[in-house]
Every structure is written in structure tokens, then in C-alpha cells.
Design a protein around this ligand. Structure first.
Ligand code: BGC
Length: 850
């Protein structure tokens, strides 16, 4: 039977509210027959109708009215003559409805510089005399807000309206509030500093977007008799700084005083204000940050200092939930940490982030969970209340992204590594892709997501999450074509110039996203950004150079082999020109493919040519032309092999040299951020499969499994975040720094988790050949003594599932191909076969290498 399993509108299965006048619709199907593909489909929205013969990215080009629900109906017919039907709906937001409400604030309040402001509470009493048919709100803020109507929480997410490049774009939220409205109503909105006003960046900047918080809201009421009302923020609202939330800050935490009765505090008239810039205000187009896994402590003990420590057994980004039996005025202090040292919370690596909650109790039973902060932690320490008077749990919070991948195999340590990849991903997908969730940073470092994007897209549906962030990359690209090191740049003081790997995010991230979801729009929107970026790289590479050296990219600034196990920051940076040149080549190569997909044939040929010239320059300048680097280091071999920059023979020679360096390093890697995700590919693809597995399964420092054996539940920023001698690293950046200087060492950084790409693309062997996996391959690479591996990846067409096992000189592979896709299977013997949709089992004789 043919079924339409899912219909997505703007990449959302349900609850889509959009301001896009041409939303896209995609659907996936399943069938119990083989070789099934869509023949044709009719997509209907009211009297708009479209005949299509494809399932992804069907553009609606009919009319749209604001605040209207649209029904979508899809009738599909397959090549086997079966038919299927499904319907869904989506809704429009304001579209172009102008805002009539005024921004409101307390103009007399000037927050202290370098600190987050006191949260502002706004209120409005509202009498509605007629019967209500429908009521809905659109709201946004400068800062982050929580909305409550008649004591009911309206905002379901954290940190609304989210983090964007505010001067260009600001999201608003849409909430249907019909069920909350009564005759007499009281509306409260608390606005904390968040990103726009609060302390941000390790330089403790504050008021980066505006001087103080402000709130903007329109409440639309439709009465049963057909009349309408709009309630707007204006100077009929009141404001106070004396509410329950005394403080809210991403790094430092929250202070909440439950003894305050907000009705009794001193209120004054809210003042109307305006922004000094004009962002486009669009209904939320990213993913809301919401609660996910419910976490309970696995151990509770008292530290030598007397603080009671709760261990959640997992490092994650989230908020604690406290159920308290308290006394009026009793003060409870909660501190957070990722690691312990001598049974105490170790907080030095948080640098200036205080990561502390202070809760002042009212009398009796009460619940508390922070709203205007989140922490990256595994442990918390509590003071101020006896153990039996408080029940502690927590929620992981992150953007509402779906988990669409899975991987398990016969090696439990690799399975733990996969769990760590998922947790580092989740912890760092909090509205924007962050570097880490705990210290005074949590910024959108572009290099980290450049490296992790491909792995991330195997594991999560990041369509909306990355689309939103990439829009900010576009807005914030420098005039000269550079990409900020951090997006949104938001207070980051570094000049916007092109930097390898970090800047390449404008090509690598959309490319990973396109391969996973097949949505060409991201390539189209980013195309001019990519071109400008590569032009700027061309300029910097060529500056002051002649001959082939015009393609060697060194200037202006490079991170180099960032966080490599050997040496310090200056040692990493010294490797800049090799890494930058290889990344430049790789981006030109990808760009040539992107240009072709977009029908830009001339560009495609041009970038292919530049790619070739850069490859030649790398060989000429850095090697003896026979596959040996003049200055040898692992990354210097990994990148040209993995980026396909050299011919077959040179590749093989480079592979041999790489293996020699690894051997000389006692079978350890020695790579930083830009190459670690590629080292196993470089080995595998030069025929050194055994060595690739040996490196993957290495469990002494530095290695992935070393971290696992140390008990890591997420990925570390530094290979030696915990040293083999059991001491904790504070992450010195320079040799001369003292061990007690807070450096750079997080326990939840996803960059090295990019090894997950190898799990999917080589161990399972699943790789997209065309965007959205319409064509893909399954080519498992066996080794490392693995007896089986199983995994899945949900594509926009449906789920690819792969399971292989090795048993008594036999290799068997079971797999499932989604409807309307085609797959090429390559068995370990090299035997190749093509398949349409369906479930299959193949097997062949296989002898494990001794
Ligand atoms: C961040 C990194 C980032 C790096 C670049 C660090 O502070 O945590 O992950 O990419 O800076 O300098």
C-alpha cells in the first residue's frame, strides 16, 4: 500500500506559521512494494493546484492572507499505479501587516555597563465585554521575554524571540491565546537582558544592541459577533523593575525572589520608545528552544566544603527544576559545573561565568526552574536547604531539532562516542550553533560548525536551525567578503576578514545542509555570499605573491591547526598556510559543484579551474612533488588527501607518509580542529583501512576513546582536558601562562565529534550522491574487529536503514531504500548493484583480516 507519511511545510511537520509568501511543501512516502517511485502528484491549497512529479520543495505561488489557516491536500500516484492521499495545514503570520503597537520600556533605567540588566516586568489589565471567538498574540522584545496571561504561561519556549543579527532581522512569536482569555484579564511580560541587552562575550560587553530592554506586542481579538479588537503595547501599560526576577544572565545565572508579590510592588507608566535601527520583523523562522530529556541525579553526596553535590551522570545544556519545601526568605544557592576536582565543583574553566542560581523562598511548597539563563553542566552544588526539603531534577534544553540519525555497532566504546556526539550537538544547538554551553562564551563560532555540520546533519534535521543562522552569516558578511569569526558577530571585537575553516562555513554549512535536505534555496541564498568570500580569499592569497604562490593562502590571520595536541596557540597558528590553502581548494571544489547545481555553468568551470591551480600550488610549494611534505605534520597530509587535491599515486604516497607520522607518534593522531574530522577518511581512502580503525580505536591520549575511557559524556575542546595523570587542564593557551590562569578548556565542544561522519559515511557507508538522498550509496568499510553495525538516517524521502554483520566467513547486509530514491550498494568484495525502494538482504563470502 502506498502511503504519504509526512507533509512538511517550510521544513516543519506541524505547527508551521510563516511569513514567507512562497512557502515550500515536501512529502515523504512509503510502500510495501519494491521499486516504487512517485509518478505524479496533485497539490491543492484552496483553489490553487499544482501537478508535480517530484516530492521535495514544491513552491506555493498562490495568494496568501495574513493570519489565515490553509489546508493542503496531496494526491499522489506511484509508478506502480497505487494512489495515496494526505492533508495537513499551515498558517500565515502577519505577512506585511504593519505593526501599530509601540515599543515600550522604562526610560529612566540605565543598566550598569558590563552587567546584565534587572529584568523589566510589564503589565496590562484588560476588560473584554463580549464573547470571544479567537484571540492571538504576536510579540517580540529587545532582550528575552516570557509572557503570561491570567496566570498562564503563554511562551512555551526559552529565550523568545531568539538570537539573530538584530540590526537586520528580529523574530516575533505567534501564540493562539483563545483559551486563556476571560472577561477580566491581566497580562504580564517579563523581559530580561538576553543577548540584545545582557552581558555577552568573554569581554563582558553589555547593551550590545540596545541600551535597555523593550517589549512589543499586539493582541488580536475576534468576537463571536464578528467584530474585532486589537490591544497594543503603548503607554497604557505599566512597568516595574521590582518583579520576582531580580537578575538574569546567560553566564552568571538568575536571582529569583519568591517573597515578592508583583501586584504589590511599585508600578509606573511604561514609556513608548523606538529602535534606532529597523530590523525586518519576521515570524519565528528558526527552531524554538524547548525542554527535551528529563534528567535525574544519579548520585548525591556532600563535598568536603559542605556543599551538597548532585551528579546527573551526563554533561548537557539545560536548567534545573527544584521542588522546594521552604521558609519565607530562605536563600538557596545552586552552582553548576562540568567536572569535579577532589569531590568539589571545578569552576575555573567557566572563567568569569558564575553559573549560579539564587532562589529566595516564600513559605511552603514551591517549584522553581530558571527562565532567563541556561547552563552547561553535569554537576550542581546546592547550599541553603536540607536534602529532604528539596527534590532536584533538570531538563536538557535545546532548539527543537529532530533526531534523524542512529548508529550502533558491536563496540560499546564507539557507541558511547556516538552518544557523546549527540549530546555535544544538542548542548550546542541552543538557538544558534554555539562553541560551548558553559563558560563566558556560548557564541556562534563559525569554525566549529564548519567542522561539525556534516556529522550534525546525519544526526539531526537542522533545516530551519541552520537556515536561520546562515541568514545571519549573509547579513554579517563584511564588505570585503570576510565572514565574522562569530555569527551573530554581536560584540565580538575581531575584524571581519576571511579566515580558513571559520570563514568557509559560508560554503561548508549550506553544502552539508543541502546534501541532507535537498533544499536548493539555501544554496541560492548563500551563493553570492560564497562568491564574495572566495573572491576575498583570492585577494588575500594573492597579496604580495607571485607565480604559484598566489594560491597559497596565509594572510591575514589564520587559526591554523587549532587545539592540536602538540604545542600552544602560536604553534597551531604557524600551520596556517597549509591548512588555509587546502580549505581554499576544497571550497572552490565544492563551489564548482554548487554552481553546477544552480545552473551557473561558467562559474562551475571557473572554480574547477581555480581548484586545480590551488592543488598544483600546494604540491609545488609544500611538497617534493612525490608525495612528501617539506615540513611534515599529520594535518599537512590529511587535508590534501581528504579534499581530493592530489592524483592517485601522490595520494597513496601521502597516505604512506601519514601512516609513518602516526606510527612515529605511537599510533596517535596529532591533529587540531580543521583536520581531525578528515583523518580517518584520509587513511581509509588511501587503502589504509586497518590503520584508520586502529586510530579510531586507540584509547590512550590523545584519542577519541581516551576521552570515553576517562568517563566523558560529551566531547572536549582539548584532547587533554583531563590529563592521563588525572589532573584537570585549565587550557593554557601559551606556554608561559600559569596553570591557574583560566584558559580555554570546555568539556562540551562538538568539533572533535565530527568523527561521527566516519560512522555514517564509512562504517555504515551511507552517503548522499545528490541533494536530499534522491540518489545515495551504501558502501560499508569493514574493520576494527567490528562484528556488526546498524544505523539509520531519515532523509526527506523517508528513512534509510542499514544493518550489516560478519559471521563465520560471511558478510550480510540488510538495508531499506525509501520510495522515490535510488541506491548503489557496494559490497566489501567491490561487487556493485543498484536498487530502487524496498527492503533487501545481500550476503557474500568474507574473511576478516587477521
Ligand atoms: C572557541 C572555539 C573557537 C575558537 C576560535 C574559542 O574560544 O570556544 O571553539 O572556534 O575560540 O578562536
Amino acid at each position: 500500500m502506498l502511503l504519504i507519511d509526512e507533509i512538511r511545510v517550510e521544513n516543519l511537520i506541524e505547527g508551521c506559521v510563516t511569513d514567507n509568501r512562497n512557502p515550500i511543501i515536501s512529502f515523504s512516502m512509503s510502500s510495501d512494494c519494491r521499486e516504487v517511485a512517485l509518478e505524479s502528484a496533485t497539490v491543492k491549497i484552496d483553489d490553487w493546484e499544482k501537478q508535480v512529479n517530484h516530492q521535495l520543495n514544491i513552491v506555493y505561488d498562490g495568494d496568501l492572507e495574513p493570519f489565515t489557516i490553509y489546508e493542503i491536500e496531496i494526491y499522489a500516484k506511484s509508478n506502480t499505479g497505487e494512489t495515496a492521499y494526505r492533508r495537513t495545514s499551515f498558517q500565515t503570520g502577519r505577512l506585511d501587516t504593519p505593526w501599530e503597537a509601540k515599543w515600550i520600556t522604562d526610560k529612566s533605567y540605565l543598566p550598569e555597563k558590563g552587567c546584565s540588566p534587572i529584568p523589566m516586568t510589564f503589565r496590562k489589565n484588560l476588560h473584554l465585554s463580549q464573547k470571544i471567538k479567537k484571540a492571538y498574540v504576536t510579540a517580540t522584545a529587545m532582550g528575552i521575554y516570557e509572557l503570561e496571561i491570567n496566570g498562564k504561561q503563554i511562551t512555551k519556549e526559552y529565550f523568545a524571540p531568539g538570537f539573530t543579527s538584530y540590526k537586520h532581522t528580529l523574530q516575533y512569536n505567534y501564540y493562539d491565546v483563545t483559551e486563556y482569555m476571560e472577561e477580566e484579564n491581566i497580562i504580564f511580560a517579563v523581559v530580561a537582558g538576553g543577548w540584545a541587552v545582557g552581558r555577552f562575550t568573554y569581554e563582558s560587553k553589555s547593551q550590545i544592541t540596545t541600551e535597555r530592554q523593550a517589549f512589543l506586542m499586539e493582541l488580536f481579538v475576534e468576537y463571536e459577533d464578528g467584530t474585532k479588537d486589537t490591544i497594543l503595547t503603548d503607554n497604557t501599560w505599566q512597568v516595574t523593575l521590582d518583579g520576582n526576577y531580580r537578575f538574569g544572565d546567560f553566564y552568571d545565572g538568575e536571582v529569583y525572589d519568591a517573597t515578592i508579590n508583583v501586584k504589590d510592588v511599585c508600578w509606573k507608566t511604561a514609556e513608548e520608545t523606538s529602535l534606532s535601527f529597523a530590523p525586518e520583523i519576521t515570524v519565528q523562522y528558526g527552531c524554538p528552544v524547548t525542554t527535551h530529556e528529563y534528567m535525574r541525579p544519579v548520585t548525591i553526596f556532600t563535598a568536603p566544603s559542605g556543599e551538597r553535590i548532585y551528579d546527573f551522570g551526563q554533561n548537557f545544556a539545560g536548567v534545573v527544576c527544584l521542588e522546594i519545601e521552604g521558609k519565607e526568605g530562605q536563600e538557596i544557592i545552586v552552582r553548576h559545573a562540568e567536572v569535579l576536582n577532589e569531590n568539589e565543583l571545578f569552576v575555573k574553566t567557566l572563567r568569569t561565568a558564575k553559573a549560579t542560581l539564587t532562589y529566595i523562598c516564600k513559605e511552603g511548597c514551591q517549584n522553581y526552574s530558571p527562565k532567563f539563563t541556561y547552563m552547561g553542566f553535569r554537576y550542581i552544588g546546592i547550599r541553603g536547604i536540607e536534602e529532604e526539603k528539596i527534590k532536584v531534577s533538570a531538563y536538557a534544553i535545546y532548539s527543537n531539532i529532530e533526531e534523524i540519525g542512529s548508529f550502533t555497532c558491536s563496540n560499546p566504546l564507539l557507541n558511547q562516542l556516538q552518544r557523546n556526539i549527540l549530546w555535544s550537538g544538542k548542548s550546542n544547538f541552543v538557538d544558534i550553533p554555539t562553541d560551548c554551553p558553559q563558560r563566558d562564551e556560548r557564541q556562534g563560532w563559525t569554525g566549529d560548525i564548519s567542522i561539525f555540520a556534516s556529522t550534525a546533519c546525519y544526526n539531526f534535521d537542522l533545516s530551519r536551525f541552520l537556515d536561520k543562522w546562515l541568514l545571519d552569516v549573509k547579513y554579517e558578511q563584511g564588505k570585503g567578503g570576510g565572514i565574522p569569526l562569530v555569527v551573530p558577530k554581536h560584540g565580538n571585537g575581531a575584524p571581519t576578514v576571511s579566515t580558513a575553516c571559520w570563514g568557509d562555513c559560508c560554503i561548508l554549512v549550506p553544502w552539508a545542509l543541502y546534501l541532507s535536505n535537498g533544499d536548493k534555496r539555501i544554496l541560492q541564498t548563500q551563493y553570492p555570499v560564497m562568491k564574495r568570500f572566495l573572491n576575498s580569499v583570492k585577494f588575500w592569497a594573492g597579496l604580495g605573491s607571485i607565480g604559484k604562490r598566489v594560491h597559497i593562502w596565509k594572510w591575514l590571520f589564520q587559526f591554523g591547526d587549532w587545539c592540536a595536541p602538540d604545542g600552544y596557540i602560536t604553534d597551531w597558528m604557524k600551520k596556517g598556510k597549509w591548512i588555509a590553502t587546502a580549505y581554499y581548494a576544497n571550497s572552490c571544489n565544492i563551489m564548482s559543484q554548487i554552481a553546477e547545481i544552480l545552473g551557473e555553468q561558467e562559474d562551475s568551470t571557473y572554480y574547477k579551474g581555480v581548484f586545480q591551480e590551488i592543488c598544483d600550488a600546494y604540491i609545488e610549494v609544500f611538497t617534493d612533488k612525490k608525495g612528501q611534505l617539506k615540513r611534515e605534520f599529520q594535518t599537512g597530509y590529511v587535508l590534501p588527501i581528504a579534499f581530493d587535491m592530489v592524483d592517485k599515486n601522490t595520494k597513496r604516497a601521502m597516505g604512506n607518509n601519514l601512516v609513518r607520522l602516526i606510527k612515529e607518534n605511537q599510533w596517535h593522531l596529532n591533529t587540531g580542529f580543521p583536520a581531525t574530522s578528515f583523518i580517518l577518511f584520509a587513511l581509509c581512502d588511501t587503502g589504509r583501512i586497518e590503520e584508520a580503525y586502529r586510530l579510531l580505536l586507540q584509547d590512550t591520549y590523545p584519542s577519541w576513546l581516551y576521552e570515553v575511557k576517562c568517563g566523558a559524556t560529551t566531547f572536549w575542546e582539548r584532547w587533554d582536558a583531563m590529563r592521563p595523570d588525572g589532573t584537570i587542564n585549565v587550557g593554557k593557551l601559551n606556554k608561559k601562562d600559569s596553570d591557574s590562569d583560566p584558559g580555554m578548556c570546555s568539556y562540551n565542544h562538538y568539533a572533535y565529534g565530527a568523527v561521527g561522519d566516519f560512522f555514517y559515511r564509512r562504517i555504515l557507508g551511507v552517503e548522499a550522491v545528490t541533494g536530499g538522498y534522491e540518489n545515495f550509496q551504501i558502501k560499508p568499510v569493514l574493520g576494527g574487529g567490528l562484528k556488526f553495525a546498524e544505523g539509520s538516517h531519515r532523509t526527506p524521502f523517508g528513512t534509510i536503514w542499514v544493518s550489516w554483520k560478519v559471521e563465520q566467513e560471511n558478510f550480510s547486509l540488510e538495508f531499506e531504500v525509501p520510495v522515490s530514491t535510488r541506491c548503489t550498494v557496494v559490497l566489501p568484495s567491490g561487487k556493485k548493484e543498484n536498487f530502487g525502494s524496498g527492503r533487501y538482504v545481500l550476503s557474500e563470502h568474507y574473511v576478516e583480516p587477521a
